[in-house]
Design a protein. Structure first.
Length: 385
């Protein structure tokens, strides 16, 4: 395996390899990443990374590779970890990394800086939960259609490992925590030019039949079919004392028709004239390129994020040509990540965030001293003074 870039943020020397950007967009000011393993962790040394420091700020930072490279004729593997530690309720924050060309201004790196690939989770509230995978192609950013969705238990507050593999046959695979989330041809799920194109001169024949089903001409609505849902009550009589001149013409009240059978629809049968969906004649596409996986000048990586909620930690960045090597690295990391739930629980107890600690069933703190004075928990809205 050849490793083109690797960053674990395990020492303070990381700052000599990364450059913060002063770029800011239209939503708010710029902030800086901070070196941290978060509020809770399974192994602080292993889990040190760069963390978004402020709410409602832009966070932009980048690092250049020692030498630019091309992925021509070989796999390109990108892998990194994200921990959205503040992911509760309506959390909103991007978690994607950008693969960059070699020539860009690191101090001005931001949302308008051209990139090669953008890859990673995008979570905002309850509506957006996906893995972004965007390719830059001839100056356009091509998004995958449809999105790669994140399931409910894949967008929690724990660390997750994201892996992208591009193959020289222009196929791809995306993995989350080592499990495949999506794979296939780049030409099928992105708007790369296809091998063939519609003939603009071809037109659908006027007699082309696309209706697959038709009404059965031999079937008609039965003569006794009742489709009137409401009728006048036939048993009603004019009230005693009803005066037509004063009260108007009397009408019986409406009732549900006991003979009502529902709306009648004709039986559907196969259309004998159906020819199928029409497609225009295909021509060779002069814009087609087979090698859309290819990037000749890969020279940097960066994070450029608009952060509504802070506390997201990025770590374990790996750019290589070997998926096997990335998997080996990932398996070691996953053994650490699997201990995070226990680590968080321990941290919550230490910080008195475990609501069951020191409280009885009524939310009143236990009092070991023999005191006749009733103790009221003023923070509990259920208590009344």
């Amino acid at each position: 395996a050849e490793v083109f870039f690797e960053e674990a943020f395990d020492t303070e020397a990381w700052e000599s390899r990364w450059v913060h950007s002063t770029w800011k967009g239209g939503n708010g000011p710029a902030s800086k990443f901070e070196w941290s393993a978060g509020e809770w962790f399974a192994d602080e040394k292993v889990q040190m990374g760069i963390r978004t420091a402020d709410n409602m700020h832009y966070h932009s930072i980048s690092a250049k590779l020692q030498e630019p490279f091309s992925n021509r004729g070989k796999d390109l593997v990108m892998q990194f970890s994200v921990k959205h530690e503040a992911n509760e309720f309506s959390f909103c924050g991007g978690g994607y990394i950008k693969l960059l060309p070699s020539s860009f201004d690191q101090e001005k790196f931001g949302g308008d800086t051209p990139y090669l690939i953008m890859f990673g989770p995008d979570v905002c509230g309850y509506d957006i939960a996906r893995i972004h995978l965007i390719f830059t192609w001839r100056g356009q950013n091509l998004l995958r259609k449809p999105d790669i969705p994140l399931e409910y238990d894949e967008k929690n507050e724990y660390t997750h490992l994201y892996t992208l593999v591009l193959h020289p046959d222009s196929t791809y695979a995306v993995y989350l925590d080592g499990k495949e989330k999506s794979s296939g041809s780049l030409h099928e799920s992105w708007d790369f030019p296809n091998k063939t194109m519609d003939d603009p001169a071809d037109r659908k024949p006027a007699d082309w039949v696309e209706a697959q089903k038709i009404d059965n001409p031999d079937k008609s609505k039965p003569a006794d079919w009742v489709d009137e849902q409401r009728i006048r009550d036939p048993t009603a009589t004019v009230p005693e004392g009803w005066d037509v001149e004063e009260d108007g013409v009397w009408e019986a009240p409406m009732i549900t028709n006991p003979k009502y059978k529902g709306a009648w629809f004709p039986e559907q049968i196969d259309n004998p004239a159906y020819k199928g969906a029409w497609k225009p004649r295909q021509l060779e596409n002069p814009d087609y390129e087979a090698e859309v996986y290819l990037f000749e000048d890969i020279g940097g990586v960066g994070f450029e994020l608009w952060t509504v909620n802070n506390g997201s930690i990025f770590d374990n960045i790996l750019i290589t040509d070997s998926h096997a090597h990335a998997k080996e690295v990932g398996e070691k990391l996953k053994k650490v990540f699997e201990k995070e739930k226990a680590a968080k629980k321990t941290w919550e107890k230490a910080k008195n965030k475990d609501t069951s600690s020191g409280m009885d069933d009524e939310g009143i703190e236990d009092d070991d001293e023999d005191d006749d004075t009733e103790t009221i928990n003023l923070d509990d809205p259920r208590e009344e003074l």
